[in-house]
Ligand binder design. Structure first.
Ligand code: MTE
Ligand code: MO
Length: 541
């Protein structure tokens, strides 16, 4: 009789791996057990060489932009998660094919036994990887280890058992007109259909219930947080005379819309009760403060801040602004007594992210701060709860989230992305963007030409914006009006009322920072130092 081969193995592998993933997901949502595919993805992302990771991120951002798949950071996270799940699914298919291929060649080997061995071969390393990187498991290492092993052993057992069943299907001897092979095939098909039915039910129920639990938890968490500061207070520039053109981005990004970039498929969950900010190294008084201690020890410092990722393309959406609250690092350093030998601070995060800041920079800038709130509420988990750092004028890569320790050291070291080929300084590039050419908002003022409001933002890190200009087609640069910004650290909203002319036109924007330095017009890509180049938009009237 013909035994099942690698194609059947691949099919059974797929049928058995889908419910495996669903069950892992459900257990994650129900009991905080590790979700293995995300753990493996994060583990790989930290170990793969910088150029490969960077290439992957660039490719992803380009595809999202080219296909207009939506907001870059949210879409990229979803893509990473799909890749992670797809990776485990593919591994299951390959493992199924390999198992069936090997069993077919061997003599009288037990499928179940081989399946169990396969489950262990896959389960043990995955368990070790998961325990090594998992930042979300609330279940503790021992239950997590046992759980992963059990699930993979069960997976291997079902795979092997399926092989045994498929090999053992009864073969009716061929009689005239009814060849035995056909009956055997029918029987195999019936088994695969039954197996598929069972695994489909487990997959759909597991994933469905998991999603329901996750959604409900998010809803409750949002409710528990309360009202953001900006809903209870007017913005500091509320009375500014220049009004944004309708369609310009909000000056204060709602926190739930703030872009998110980090090296984790899901944000690390830090438990406040267990968390301490450890400050050590070359200091006289090492500390281990709780979040409550940090909040109560110091008068809070509030700053409106625009943060941007160094990977933000020209006119991209990896840039946002909100109100940050925390404590100036200068004050903390006085309290811990930094020793004269120290020259830098090494800031480490729970996800193994790290950056190094020069002490003389901190001593020169009281705005460098440890941040615990955004828009009046505790930092959202994905934005670094309980504590993150802020350094003016630098791209986001310089500003670790989920900080767990600060160490005073006597030398400079490369941070996480610097090691992977990105700019050492990561100073924000001056940029300006057209958000809207509001052709539907044409204004007709008596005695004046018709004008079309054009608007957007300009940003130069902490260096301020002194002038924004708009060029239409090959015409001269014309000055836009600037709205008073939320602070010297945020973007500036600009507006230009363009005297309307029918036809097709190209609008280009450029800006100058506070001391008159023009925005760099030459195009350069995001890597390694941040994008430069002017933004243009076409419009048809
Ligand atoms: N611990 C940690 N901090 C991190 C990162 C990270 O991956 N891990 N990413 C950095 C990068 S590249 C950026 S752009 C900002 C983004 O902050 P946000 O997600 O709150 O917008 O966080 C920075 N801090
Ligand atoms: Mo970034």
């Amino acid at each position: 009789m013909k035994r099942p081969g690698i194609f059947t193995g691949a099919l059974v592998g797929a049928l058995v791996t889908a419910p495996l993933i669903a069950v892992l997901y459900l257990a994650w949502q129900l009991a905080g057990l590790p979700f293995v595919p995300f753990d493996v993805f994060d583990w790989l992302a930290r170990r793969l060489p910088g150029p490969i990771v960077t290439f992957g991120i660039d490719a992803m951002v380009s595809v999202i932009r080219a296909l207009r798949l939506g907001e870059i950071s949210a879409t990229a996270k979803t893509a990473e998660q799909l890749l992670a799940i797809g990776g485990l699914f593919l591994t299951g298919i390959v493992a199924g094919a390999a198992l069936f291929g090997l069993l077919r060649r061997g003599e009288k080997r037990s499928g179940i036994l081989s399946g169990v061995v396969l489950g262990a071969l896959l389960g043990v390393p995955l368990m070790l990887i998961s325990l090594g990187v998992n930042l979300t498991s609330a279940a503790g290492p021992l239950p997590s280890a046992v759980w992963i092993l059990l699930v993979f052993l069960a997976w291997g057992t079902v795979l092997g058992w399926s092989y045994d069943r498929l090999s053992a299907v009864e073969t009716v001897p061929a009689t005239e007109g009814a060849p035995g092979l056909a009956v055997e095939r029918m029987d195999r098909r019936a088994f695969v259909v039954r197996l598929g039915g069972a695994t489909a039910v487990i997959t759909v129920v597991g994933a469905g219930v998991g999603v329901l639990i996750a959604t409900e938890r998010e809803r409750r968490a949002a409710l528990a947080l309360g009202e953001p500061w900006s809903r209870r207070n007017p913005l500091p520039n509320a009375g500014a005379p220049v009004q944004p053109a309708q369609g310009t981005r909000p000056e204060l990004t709602p926190v739930e819309d703030h872009y998110r970039i980090d090296i984790n498929t899901r944000p690390p969950v830090v438990r406040e009760e267990e968390w301490r900010l450890r400050i050590g190294g070359r200091v006289d008084r090492p500390t281990g403060w709780t979040l409550a201690e940090i909040r109560s020890r110091y008068e809070p410092l509030h700053q409106f801040i625009t943060l941007s990722c160094i990977s933000n393309p020209i006119a991209g959406d990896l840039i946002s602004a909100t109100r940050w609250t925390g404590v100036s690092l200068q004050r903390v350093l006085v309290d811990v007594g930094v020793q004269p030998a120290a020259t830098h601070l090494r800031i480490r995060s729970v996800d193994d992210y790290h950056e190094v800041v020069a002490l003389n920079e901190i001593l020169a800038d009281p705005r460098i701060m440890l941040t615990y709130a955004w828009d009046g509420l505790p930092l959202p988990i994905e934005h670094g709860f309980p504590l993150r750092v802020y350094i003016p004028d630098r791209y986001g890569m310089k500003q670790p989230k989920w900080i767990e320790s600060i160490e005073a050291i006597d030398h400079w070291e490369a941070g996480y992305w610097v090691r992977r080929g990105w700019d050492r300084e990561a100073r924000m590039k001056t940029t300006s963007v057209i958000d809207v050419i509001a052709s539907n908002m044409m204004i007709i003022e008596p005695g004046r030409d018709m004008v079309v409001p054009v608007g957007g933002m300009a940003h130069a890190g902490a260096r301020g914006i002194s002038r924004v200009e708009v060029g239409v087609d090959d015409g001269p640069w014309q000055q836009a009006r600037l709205r008073e910004p939320l602070s010297e650290l945020t973007w500036v909203t600009w507006r230009f009322d363009w005297p309307f002319q029918p036809g097709e036109h190209t609008f280009t924007v450029r800006c100058f920072d506070r001391d008159g330095t023009p925005q760099v017009a030459d195009r350069s890509p995001v890597r390694p130092s941040g994008a430069t180049g002017l933004h243009s938009e076409d419009a048809m009237f």
